[in-house]
Every structure is written in structure tokens, then in C-alpha cells.
Design a protein around this ligand. Structure first.
Ligand SMILES: *[C@@H]1O[C@H](CO)[C@@H](O)[C@H](O)[C@H]1NC(C)=O
Length: 528
């Protein structure tokens, strides 16, 4: 018996230590708990919380305060609720956000400006912009005064469109869509009302721009294909088994890498709360671990189901440069919302789309920091994944079972392990700007001789919030086999994404990927 216990323990610790991936603490105190996170082309990261939290752990610049008679805690608030974080130096600079961004939405525009919309109270109809800069710059939030949203948007999802405009979909009590720049005001989207239930479950819809230019919009347990040119639903999909997946049921969703002739798009949706956990305010109802996967471009689409090794709510799905998806953060019980979850799920998972059902998930090295409600995960240009936030309380609360979390960490997938360093390509030359469909060359160097193809993959910089990364996409370019150039340099002939439906205009992190090992990305501006 003792031997058995001993061997179980040995197995547990060994296997824990040997699980792939590593964690790094980047900063112990970001100043704020990030609810919304976006990586800029200057390798800085915009972290954004809500405004009505009272004191954060970062002051605004001396002499700068926000005066708000409606603020729930501080009428004169000299604390930052948004910061800019520098990936190179880990410096943090406070940013000034005036109106409440609670549960808002966002998207980078084609010129690299972050468009940020809605929120609560005075932020309900606000449109804000952040024109990013490096950490020494003075860029800050600008709240637009001459234009506002047609309808208040709280828990909406944004997606940049092929022409560079942005669609803003849904929100609490807003079963409509609208566009930025504004066109025709708010347009009814009855699908969102049809799927609304007692828990809502239609908030923060999962929106994916398919390469045929239609939008795949998933809310509750249903999806439709939406034509943003005519504002019409053009197709319905069968319901996904396993109950609702959006807020507050909190699964997550990605579109898998677009590749080849870009005629196919596959959507994956994983995890979620048991239906009813939100109504009952149950923190211990086990989350389910089912995933649905559907070929959204198929004439006759069906959901293929599979199970994750863990039940999970509030996971974040992050498309890695390789085309695998990381599932990270969240909990194994309860539901989305304040004080509503328990049993943090510390194990990230790697989802390998090319494997057969049953072999797709790999359990990775667990973290130590619970990341529950209001936490985020974003791909970084060096291939790591930045993890920030978690505040399951209405205000900042540092003495609690799951305290307000100010630590920023990075998870390094196994492709960054030292034993693969010889395979890691370095991008030596790449254009700063490419046009749709343009042929261009990329020069990389690699220590070990190259066998097989080196991929060149475009990763967008999404707006991550509430377990869904708005605007996330990975596009694998059509390439020629790499040819030796000189020394350990190789030339790869590439074709830029053919149009804005495959990859909307904007700045992308471009990775060279050699045998599953990505380079550090270079930011490339994709233009029409
Ligand atoms: C910011 O300024 C510091 C100090 O002058 C400098 O070392 C650093 O390289 C600058 N960072 C950028 C991104 O320019």
C-alpha cells in the first residue's frame, strides 16, 4: 500500500515536472487587473480595466485626476485604470481613460489605431481611440466627442471587415449591429434576440470573419452566417450540443488557421458552464469540457464533438504561430461573473487540429496563479503568451481566496524550449508593407540545415476580453520551398493574403515557422 502511494506520488510529481511549457513572471504588479488586453506593433501592450473600481495600484501622472461625479467610489480619481506595458523592459506607464470601459469591445483599425467601443454608464455609447507608440512615447486614450455609438454597447464583440471598417455586434439589450465609421446607425439583428434566454447567453458573441467575407456569429448554442454588406442572415447552422457557450456560460472560440486556397474555414468552440449555474449562482457546478468543431464554409456543416481532458469555463483560446491553439486560464466549476467560479484550471492545453479526434489535446505544464473572471491571454511577437488579469470581485480585493490579480505572466509553449533553439528561424529581411496578393521574399537564417518547408504565417493582434479574442486570426501564406541563399540564410518566396476577407488590412505579427518552431515575429503592414 505504501509503495503504491509512493509510486502514485512519484508519478504525479514527475509527470507534472515533465509536462511541456514553462511559465515566467514578467511583473509582480501591473498596477491594474487587465480585463481587456491588446498587443501593439510597438511591442507594447495596452491593459485596460473598468474605471469604477476605486484605487488601483498605479497612480496617474502627477497632477492628473479624473473627475467623475458618477463614479461609484472616487469622485476625484487619481488612479490609473489603463496602462501601457513594454515587453522589452517591463516598464509600465499609466494611461488616462475617462469613461467607463467595463465589458467593452475593441479592434485594431487598418492603420494600427486601436478602436475601443462602449462600456457601462458614461462609457455606454463612447468611442475611443488609442494610437499606439513605444514606451517612451506619449500616446494616450482619446475619447471621441463628435461621434458616438448609435446604441449603447455593453458586452459587444467587434470584428474588422475586409474594407477596414469595423462591425460592432450585440451587447446587453442591444440586439443590433452597427459599423465604424458609422453607416446607417444600428441595424436589427433578430438572431441575438432569438437566442437570448433567462441567463442571457447571447453576450460577447463569437464573431469570425470567414475568408468568403461572411461573418460566422455564434451566440448561446447557435450560429448563423451574416452578410455584413446586406445586413442579412444568409445561413443557419445546427445547434451545438452541450448548452450555451457565450457570456455568462463562458466557453471560448477560435477560427483555425486559414491556408491553401483559403476556401475553407473551421471554427472550434470549447468548454462552458452547465446551464443554470448562473441563475442558481452556483460556484461549484462542474464546467463541461466538450468542444465542437465545424467547417463553417461547408454547404452541409455539422458539429464534430470531442472532450477536453478538463472541464473548463472562462478559458482563453489563443492561436499560436504554428496553427495549434492554446487553451489557457479559467476554472473547472461555476460560471462567469463576479464571485461565481471555483477550482481554477491551472493546466493549459495544446489543441493540435491536424491530429485525429481523441489525440488532439495535450496537457501542458500548470501555472500557479488562478486566472478567473476578467483575465486575458494574448500571443506575443516572441511566440510566448501573455497572461494578465483576474478579478472576480466587484472592487479590487487582495485578501480573498481568489484575489484581484496584478501579476503579468508569460507562458512559453514547448516550441521555445532550449533543445529546439537550433531550429528557431530568425527573420533577417522582410518588407515592412505588403499589398494584398503581392509576391515578396522573406530571408531567414537557421542554425541547423533546413529540411522541408519554412512556413510564413500572419497572426493578427486581437482584442482579448471575457474569454474571447475579438479579431483573432492566423493566415498561413502560400510559399515556395526555402532555397539556400548564403551561409545559413534561406530565401522563401511568399504570396501576401489575397484580399481583406482572408486577412483584413492592418498590422500583423509575421512568423517564420520551421518544423513547428516559430521565429520572433516582425510586424508587417498589410494594405489594400
Ligand atoms: C526608451 O528610452 C530608454 C532610455 O532612454 C532607451 O534605453 C530605450 O531604448 C527606449 N525605448 C524605445 C523602445 O525606444
Amino acid at each position: 500500500m505504501e509503495l503504491l502511494i509512493l509510486s502514485i506520488f512519484t508519478f504525479f510529481f514527475l509527470s507534472r515536472a515533465e509536462l511541456p511549457g514553462t511559465w515566467d513572471l514578467l511583473v509582480p504588479n501591473a498596477g491594474i487587473s487587465s480585463m481587456h488586453t491588446a498587443v501593439t506593433r510597438f511591442n507594447t501592450v495596452v491593459l485596460l480595466d473598468r474605471t469604477n473600481t476605486g484605487p488601483s495600484r498605479k497612480m496617474l501622472r502627477k497632477g492628473h485626476c479624473r473627475l467623475d461625479p458618477h463614479d461609484a467610489v472616487l469622485k476625484r480619481d487619481c488612479y490609473a485604470h489603463s496602462v501601457l506595458f513594454d515587453l522589452q523592459t517591463n516598464q509600465i506607464r499609466p494611461l488616462m481613460i475617462l469613461t467607463d470601459t467595463w465589458c467593452s469591445s475593441g479592434q485594431f483599425l487598418h492603420d494600427g489605431t486601436l478602436l475601443q467601443t462602449g462600456g457601462d454608464l458614461d462609457g455606454f455609447k463612447k468611442i475611443r481611440k488609442f494610437d499606439p507608440c513605444d514606451i517612451n512615447g506619449s500616446c494616450d486614450w482619446v475619447e471621441l466627442d463628435d461621434v458616438e455609438l448609435s446604441e449603447g454597447r455593453w458586452y459587444a464583440s467587434n470584428q474588422i471587415l475586409p474594407d477596414g471598417s469595423v462591425i460592432i455586434i450585440g451587447g446587453r439589450g442591444a440586439n443590433t449591429v452597427e459599423y465604424y465609421p458609422p453607416r446607417n446607425g444600428a441595424v436589427l439583428f433578430p438572431f441575438l434576440a432569438d437566442v437570448e434566454d433567462k441567463q442571457m447567453d447571447n453576450l460577447y458573441p463569437y464573431v469570425h470573419l470567414l475568408p468568403n467575407s461572411k461573418l460566422f456569429v455564434f451566440a448561446n448554442n447557435k450560429a448563423v452566417l451574416f452578410d455584413h454588406e446586406t445586413n442579412k442572415v444568409v445561413k443557419g447552422f445546427p445547434p451545438l450540443d452541450g448548452g450555451p457557450r457565450n457570456y455568462p456560460s463562458a466557453g471560448s472560440s477560435v477560427m483555425l488557421a486559414l491556408e491553401g486556397d483559403y476556401s475553407t474555414a473551421v471554427i472550434v468552440i470549447c468548454g462552458g458552464a452547465q446551464y443554470g449555474a448562473f441563475i442558481e449562482r452556483s460556484t461549484d457546478t462542474p464546467a463541461h469540457g466538450s468542444c465542437g468543431r465545424i467547417v463553417a464554409t461547408s454547404p452541409d456543416p455539422i458539429w464534430e464533438m470531442e472532450d477536453m481532458p478538463f472541464g473548463r469555463i472562462m478559458g482563453d483560446m489563443v492561436m499560436l504561430p504554428t496553427g495549434d491553439a492554446l487553451v489557457i486560464n479559467g476554472a473547472q466549476a461555476g460560471t462567469q461573473g463576479f464571485e461565481m467560479a471555483s477550482n481554477p484550471c491551472l493546466y493549459p492545453l495544446l489543441y493540435r487540429p491536424g491530429q485525429p479526434v481523441g489525440l488532439r489535446f495535450m496537457t501542458l505544464n500548470p501555472g500557479t496563479v488562478p486566472r478567473l473572471y476578467h483575465s486575458t491571454a494574448n500571443l506575443l511577437p516572441d511566440g510566448r503568451v501573455l497572461v494578465a488579469g483576474s478579478n472576480p470581485h466587484f472592487f479590487y480585493k487582495f485578501e480573498a481566496e481568489f484575489p484581484t490579480e496584478l501579476r503579468i505572466e508569460a507562458f512559453s509553449p514547448e516550441y521555445l524550449s532550449p533543445d529546439r533553439a537550433n531550429l528557431r528561424p530568425v527573420i533577417e529581411e522582410i518588407p515592412d508593407t505588403v499589398r494584398f496578393g503581392e509576391a515578396f521574399d522573406v530571408f531567414v537564417s537557421v542554425t541547423l540545415p533546413v529540411v522541408g518547408l519554412i512556413e510564413v504565417n500572419f497572426a493578427s493582434a486581437p482584442f482579448a476580453t471575457h474569454s474571447f479574442s475579438q479579431g483573432q486570426r492566423l493566415v498561413k501564406l502560400t510559399i515556395t520551398p526555402s532555397v539556400p541563399d548564403s551561409g545559413n540564410r534561406y530565401k522563401i518566396g511568399c504570396n501576401a493574403p489575397p484580399n481583406g476577407a482572408v486577412a483584413p488590412p492592418g498590422y500583423y505579427m509575421v512568423f517564420a515557422v520551421n518544423q513547428g518552431v516559430p521565429s520572433v515575429a516582425r510586424w508587417v503592414h498589410l494594405v489594400a
